[in-house]
Design a protein around this ligand. Structure first.
Ligand code: PEP
Ligand code: MG
Length: 836
């Protein structure tokens, strides 16, 4: 036996050669190989089991008499030192039916070494004559010299037993586990030495492998088992759990906002018999223009065989160059479009670290194919596997894989990059395609492209996200018919309504143009006048606030026309972190928020945790009905350890000059509020801090019905119409099936708002609203007519709401509100908009 140590590229590798091994089956070979590795202190004995497990999942026969058994990715911790054990078996051993191995290279290597090892090993396969010599030689050094090393590992979504330590979690991201949260998961998992598995039904993934995770196809509501094994398993599970849960609130907020914008945007009314292709709205706005159908020629990748070692080096180089290019693209995208959009390219880099893919490509090369052909085929096979699962989330990942795969391909064979697409027109056009990859979208010539329409994809696809950021009207999921629209033909694309009108006549085009002009003029006017107060024609000033959570969002809110902050959701200080914000940190945030507002009003809502807003670091007990459970003020009254530091931080800020009001969420009874108020007073007194207004959020029907009593004790109300709607209508605010019906303009909700205003009237208690409907111009008009005097909303909604309120007198708004109260349905309330 010869043992050597060699530095190969970036790797330090132990090589152990054993000649003349005789074995009757591959299990024995694997055990012998493990034995050699164990003797040299390279692996734990359990590595034999790991290699055997790999054999049940993937074919490790590389070709031409060589097999490369290796462990599974989750067992990486069993490797103490990167190594290969090379067993020469002159008589051969059947590796798989019809495949005989004469040399077995058992690999124990970490992910990073994978590509380098395969590159050198693949190089060996090119020379049959040399191989035959190696299979028989009695010179160990000859093997070492010619081999120059090897190794690898992989991953499949097979059923694997959970590790002993585990937790269960139900994924509640409305858009399922897509690339952005998945990337965060793997980044976190990789901070631990332990192996971490994630199981969904009968499929398991290594939590450190992006493709494997995405391949699980996890949708909202799916139950996941996260299990771990290793010295830091407990910590890993707790941090993973926290991270997974802490992403929920942002995922939900994004989905809710997208839905709300879609619901409230006005749309053009087309002639009834005008032919249209209906898809999903991906980005609002309307354009008329010529279609340019992006024709992607099927890539003809020639199979040019070359020397295997050359091929392996070309692949290695192309992967490196592509990763560097993606890093740059990510930085540029971050500068142009923002951090969120840039993340997709980092996710692409992860796709290139997939060891399954690299192994597959090496096997194809070892079968005698050229590197470009092998890469292309490997990528296609992996992408087909993803899209064959019939899951839209995975289908989108298949597109990503093809996208990033082409980047690598064009590095391997730059001459292919000119053959895939027809040249784009040099006049403005509406781009039609089956699906746009993130690279396509990022590379769009936005001086020419005026709209986007894709036959595939959904409103949460990257195309949709980027289109919204670029302000291009876009439709997605238009179906196959979209691709039949003739190149160069004139169409009307309504991104708001998710429609593309084909064959419009002159009248249609004129009408659409007029609508666009009107809309543009209206938006320009709204933007121009957004700094003016929302004063009705007869002079009533409705105060307009912004719903923002961090001091650095103040500038944008003010520039959109905010006169203060009507809702600062403090639970957002708990997001995407594993610990709780300290009293000091909270104090600094509140003070900075107030300072940035330069004397404008600030309403800070105390922690509203529970329901849809989980703060995993608090490890609150699981509830069957969290929306009806211990949430909001109910939690604060049970957890002095949360309430006290927050109140102290608020009063410290007040003492140091902040101007703010305190507001309590989810108050259901007067008793609750009186207790909260008394606690505030105790804290204030103990700190000798100035007092401030203390308000109640009206979010449950009980509070609306008891408004008169509450008003006697509260300084102000703010109506949380999101929750008020869900509790009044008994409709989960996150259930997409009920999204259309869960309408805050339902007459029943409006009656509760009326009760609230009436209850407050005689008690010097002003009434505001900070739920989503306050940011809808029609909703804002009705709320004001009902007697709400302050409206707080997302900053981008402010200009349109202000403009709407300035159009009417208070009497007109009151009359509108009266009609809304008398309407029989929410549809009827929405239709009042037309008749205003
Ligand atoms: C509401 O419920 O309307 C509200 C503003 O609070 P949140 O959306 O944070 O629950
Ligand atoms: Mg609420």
């Amino acid at each position: 036996m010869l043992v050597t140590k060699q530095t190969n590229g970036e790797l330090d590798l132990v090589q152990i050669v054993q000649l003349n091994v005789s074995a009757t089956d591959k299990e024995t070979v694997i055990e012998q190989a493990t034995q050699l590795l164990v003797e040299n202190n390279c692996v734990d004995p359990a590595f034999a089991q790991s290699m055997k497990q790999r054999e049940t999942r993937a074919n490790t026969f590389l070709g031409r008499g060589i097999a490369i058994p290796h462990g599974i990715a989750e067992d990486r911790h069993l490797i103490k030192q990167d190594a290969v054990a090379i067993l020469q078996i002159p008589q051969g051993v059947e590796w798989n039916p019809g495949q005989t191995a004469y040399m077995v290279v058992a690999i124990a290597a970490q992910t990073d070494g994978h590509i380098t090892l395969l590159q050198t090993l693949t190089g060996l396969l090119q020379n049959d004559e040399q191989l035959q010599q190696l299979f028989k030689t009695d010179d160990e050094q000859l093997i070492v010299t010619s081999l120059n090393n090897s190794s690898e590992e992989t991953e499949e979504n097979e059923v694997l037993p959970d590790f002993a330590k585990k937790i269960e979690w139900t994924l509640d991201y409305p858009n399922g586990l897509h690339a952005r949260p998945a990337t965060k998961w793997i980044e976190t998992a990789r901070q631990f030495h332990s192996s971490i598995r994630i199981r969904h039904a009968d499929k398991t993934a290594d939590a450190k492998n992006l493709i494997a995770l995405l391949r699980l196809g996890v949708r909202q509501g799916a139950s996941l088992i996260v299990s771990a094994e290793g010295a830091d398993a407990d910590k890993a599970l707790s941090v993973m759990h926290t991270l997974m849960k802490s992403l929920s609130a942002q995922e939900k907020a994004d989905a809710e906002l997208a839905l709300k914008r879609q619901k409230s945007s006005p749309s053009w009314q087309a002639r009834e018999d005008l032919a249209a292709i209906i898809g999903a709205s991906a980005a609002p706005g309307m354009v008329v223009g010529q279609v340019y159908r992006k024709i992607t020629h099927t890539l003809e990748v020639p199979d040019e065989t070359g020397s295997l070692s050359d091929n392996a080096s070309r692949l290695h180089r192309a992967l490196k160059e592509t990763k560097a290019q993606l890093q740059i693209l990510s930085q540029e995208t971050e500068q142009q479009l923002g951090k969120q959009e840039a993340k997709i390219f980092l996710a692409h880099i992860e796709l290139l670290n997939d060891t399954d893919l690299i192994t597959l490509v090496c096997q194809i090369m070892a079968d005698g194919h050229g590197v470009a052909w092998a890469w292309n085929t490997g990528v296609e096979r992996m992408a087909n596997r993803l899209s064959a699962l019939g899951n839209p989330v995975l289908a989108a990942r298949a597109t990503d894989l093809i996208d990033v795969g082409n980047r690598v391909l064009f590095h391997i064979a730059p001459e292919l990059s000119n053959t895939t697409e027809t040249a784009c027109p040099d006049h403005p056009y509406i781009l039609i395609s089956d699906d746009l990859t993130p690279s396509d979208t990022a590379a769009l010539d936005i001086t020419k492209v005026i709209g986007l329409a894709t036959s595939e994809g959904g409103p949460t696809s990257h195309t949709a996200i980027l289109a919204r950021t670029l302000g291009l009207p876009a439709l997605v999921g238009g179906g196959q018919g979209l691709l039949d629209i003739a190149n160069g033909s004139q169409v009307i694309l309504d991104g708001t309504g998710g429609r593309i009108y084909i064959d419009p006549n002159d009248d249609d085009i004129n009408s659409a143009q007029e609508w666009i002009t009107k809309l543009q003029a209206q938006q320009a006017k709204e933007a121009e006048t957004r700094q003016l107060p929302a004063k009705t024609t007869d002079g009533t000033h409705i105060l307009i606030g912004a719903n923002i959570n961090l001091p650095d969002q103040v500038a944008e809110a003010i520039s959109e026309g905010a006169e203060g902050v009507g809702l600062m959701r403090t639970e957002f200080l708990y997001l995407e972190r594993n610990d709780e914000p300290s009293e000091d940190e909270q104090y600094e945030t509140y003070l900075a928020m107030s300072k940035n507002l330069e004397g404008r009003e600030l309403i800070v809502r105390t922690l509203d945790i529970g329901g849809d807003k989980q703060a995993p670091q608090l490890a609150l007990p699981q509830e069957d009905n969290p929306f009806l459970g211990v949430r909001g003020s109910r939690l604060l009254l049970r957890r002095a350890d949360l309430l006290q530091p927050q109140l102290r931080a608020l009063y410290r800020a007040l003492k140091d000059g902040a101007k703010l009001s305190i507001m309590f969420p989810m108050v259901t009874s007067v008793t609750e509020f009186l207790k909260l108020r008394a606690i505030c007073e105790d804290v204030r007194e103990s700190m000798a801090a100035p007092s401030c207004p203390i308000g109640v959020m009206i979010e449950v029907p009980a509070a609306a019905l008891e408004a008169e009593t509450l008003a006697k004790h509260a300084d102000f109300f703010s109506i949380g119409t999101n929750d008020l709607t869900q509790y009044c209508l008994a409709m989960d605010r996150q259930n997409p099936t009920l999204a259309a019906e869960a309408d805050s303009l339902h007459p029943a909700v409006l009656k509760l708002i009326k009760l609230t205003v009436d209850g407050a009237k005689d008690h010097n208690c002003w009434v505001g609203a900070c739920g989503g409907i306050a940011g809808d111009p029609h909703g804002a008009a009705i709320l004001s007519g009902l007697g709400v005097t302050e409206l707080s909303m997302s900053p981008l909604d402010i200009p349109a709401v202000k403009a709407r309120l300035r159009q009417s007198s208070m009497d007109e708004l009151k009359a509108l509100a009266q009609k809304a109260l008398e309407a029989e349905t929410s549809e009827a309330v929405r239709q009042l908009k037309g008749g205003e």
